[in-house]
Design a protein around this ligand. Structure first.
Ligand code: F6P
Length: 421
């Protein structure tokens, strides 16, 4: 491969795609160029690293104009030989021959670093490559926003924007027909997308994995609205919200090379409401629309900063690190600290409290007219160790957050919570 620079950096995008991946690639390529480094992009995620090795040189010319494009010019994969996570917090060891092949590729291309852009599963692969001795730097990506150690992943804001637009549209048709509309959104085992969409789009009920709910409480909210002359209700449900009997609603069971496919809880919620209230209820499953299309301005800025910072880390030889956003700073943390611990919504967090203050129901039995914040703060005072800042509205470091102040594990699925909500 002809090269104008002495140093070369590799980059790949892995896992489910999301808006902003191209902005990361462009940010990395442009800043690498200014630092005197060439870049190559591996195709199809980690698969590009192994037989048949597929990559292409990246430069200013072939990454020009991709800032606002959805998807990834490098392609991606969330299953296959490199599927390193088969379930929440379960790491599957990569085959030794794959690790060896990946190392050969890195050596033959004389890469100074390999930037791996991905979510929890993909970064857990990056960690394994790093432990094997490869010069890896991670960049957190996912619409689910469920990675700990970063306040936000890019892609989340774009997904919420898409889902909020959908909810806005459902609002008018729900009101016209006096219907109940259920919007099922993605997010896997974290309720971030549902929570933010419900707040931003004026939802009446938000059902998330972190807060157990009952159909009775959802129906009560609908009836309460009726009694105030509001003859329609918008319900936002996260795909990972468990049914009242505690089971996850899935489309496809986990296989050796991929995680469980979630989906269907929206229909279950709608059926139960119809059965009990005999009211017309419709369901929209937003699905992959949330992952497509151009990134929002927030995601473009975040992704660009992540790309540039990842290159800086390679040049400084800070391997085994993942770039992260800890407002107002773009920083880095060990990849090992970021993977296998899901960041879930804190049921006591500021966003949930604000939603409750608006009268939004989470399908649980906390009365919506309770001065919840005051009550929650009092409970927190009792539990909080000395010298800890009050989490309401405070930006702080999740890893410094004692376990007893993180979200309770709901059904054993979520093991952590970032306090930025
Ligand atoms: O992790 C991102 C995500 O979009 C989840 O929200 C969703 O559960 C999953 O990926 C869907 O994966 P697939 O593209 O394999 O259907």
């Amino acid at each position: 491969m002809t090269s104008k620079n002495e140093r070369r950096i590799g980059i790949l995008t892995s896992g489910g795609d999301c808006p902003g991946l191209n902005a990361v690639i462009r940010g990395a390529v442009k800043s690498a160029d200014r630092l005197g480094c060439d870049m190559v992009g591996f195709l199809g995620g980690y698969e590009g690293l192994v037989d048949p090795v597929t990559f292409k040189p990246l430069n200013r010319a072939n990454t020009s104009g991709i800032l606002n494009q959805g998807g990834t010019i490098l392609g991606s994969a969330n299953k296959g030989r490199f599927a390193a996570v088969v379930g929440v917090s379960q790491r599957k060891e990569l085959a030794p021959e794959l690790l060896a092949e990946a190392r050969t590729t890195v050596e033959q291309l004389d890469l100074q670093g390999l930037i791996c852009v991905g979510g929890d599963g993909s970064l857990s692969i990056a960690q394994q490559l790093y432990e094997y001795g490869l010069p890896v730097v991670g960049v957190p990506k996912t619409i689910d926003n469920d990675l700990s150690a970063t306040a936000f992943t890019f892609g989340f804001d774009s997904a919420v924007t898409c889902a909020t637009d959908a909810l806005d549209r459902l609002h008018t048709t729900a009101a016209s027909h006096r219907r109940i509309m259920v919007l099922e959104v993605m997010g896997r085992h974290a309720g971030w997308i549902a929570l933010h969409t419900g707040i931003a789009g004026g939802g009446d009920v938000i059902l998330i994995p972190e807060i157990p709910w009952t159909v009775e409480n959802v129906c009560e909210k609908i009836l309460e609205r009726d009694s105030r002359g509001k003859h329609f209700t918008l319900v936002v449900v996260a795909e990972g919200a468990k049914a009242p009997d505690g089971r996850l609603v899935t489309r496809e069971a986990a296989r050796d090379d991929r995680q469980t496919r979630l989906g269907g809880i929206g229909h279950l919620v709608a059926e139960e409401i119809e059965k009990r209230l005999l009211r017309e209820t419709r369901v929209v499953v937003l699905g992959h629309l949330q992952r497509g299309g151009p990134p929002t301005t927030f995601d473009r800025v975040l992704a660009t900063q992540f790309g540039a910072h990842a290159v800086r880390l390679v040049v400084q030889r800070q391997f085994g690190k993942m770039v992260c956003y800890r407002p107002p700073l773009i920083n880095e943390v060990p990849i090992a600290d970021a993977v296998n611990i899901l960041s879930c919504v804190d049921p006591q967090g500021a966003a949930v409290q604000a939603a409750r203050a608006m009268g939004i129901s989470f399908g649980d039995s906390v009365p919506t007219d309770t001065p919840f914040r005051v009550q929650a703060n009092m409970e927190r005072q009792e539990r909080a160790p000395e010298n800890m800042p009050d989490p309401v509205g405070v930006v702080c470091n999740a890893s410094a957050w004692p376990a007893n102040r993180r979200a309770e594990a709901v059904g054993g699925e979520c093991h952590g919570s970032a306090p930025w909500d």
